[in-house]
Design a protein around this ligand. Structure first.
Ligand code: GTP
Ligand code: MG
Length: 198
């Protein structure tokens, strides 16, 4: 890994704000990269793995752990945004519906959102609610890339099966595991390319 990339991720990463509703989303200037995906796919774990901090973000085996948008400032250069999961969660229907609305409102209307990492569980592949989010991002021209998670759980790396072109999807894909750190350096390098790390 390049020294600049290592130095970027060795710097401080701090929780700056949480937002449970649209009005609470803070006005921030840094470029943002959001981590989106179904409940339990490993969004919060991946942020911990990327930042090399085990306890920055709380994780849980119960789907529905992250209940608000959480903003983490990396080195005053990049904001990492942990989103609640969409789809199934061990939470009330009302809560899940509210999160889904909040995620969609954020993803389609955030001026400084530069990139979305769309996490897909390597064991399960792309599901209909992932496609819905892809289409929302396509419609609003928000660049996104597919990041497979939990690679330590599968023998062969999955390929995304897509039935139609997606305008805002970036070509490069990532295959990661927060447990054994597969692909973490590659993802760090990609994210570092979004900021001026000099
Ligand atoms: P919500 O906030 O509920 O939407 O979940 P999330 O997407 O943030 O997932 P989280 O990081 O909380 O992880 C969910 C579960 O998956 C936890 O039990 C993690 O330990 C596990 N997990 C996350 N990443 C990996 C991985 O790379 N490999 C394995 N084996 N387990 C993982
Ligand atoms: Mg989470």
């Amino acid at each position: 890994m390049k020294k600049e990339v290592r130095l970027l991720f060795a710097q401080e990463c701090k929780f700056v704000a949480g937002a449970a509703s649209l009005e609470q989303i803070p006005l921030l200037k840094l470029p943002e990269v959001a981590f989106a995906g179904r409940s339990n796919v490993g969004k919060s774990s991946l942020i911990n793995a990327i930042t090399g901090r085990r306890t920055l973000v709380k994780i849980s085996s119960t789907p529905g752990r992250t209940q608000q948008l959480n903003f983490f400032n990396l080195a005053d250069k990049l904001m990492l945004v942990d989103l609640p999961g969409y789809g199934y969660a061990k939470q009330s229907k009302v809560k899940v519906a509210a999160w889904n609305q909040l995620i969609r409102d954020y993803l389609r209307g955030r001026p400084n959102l530069r990139r979305v990492c769309l996490l897909i569980d390597s064991r399960h592949g792309i599901k209909p609610n992932d496609i819905e989010i892809m289409e929302l991002l396509d419609d609003h021209a928000v660049p996104y890339q597919i990041v497979f998670t939990k690679m330590d759980k599968v023998k062969t790396p999955p390929e995304p099966i897509l039935t139609k072109p997606h305008a805002a999807m970036m070509h490069e894909r990532f295959w990661t595991s927060s447990d054994d750190k597969t692909g973490i350096e590659e993802l760090q390098t990609e994210l570092a390319s979004m900021v001026n790390i000099k």
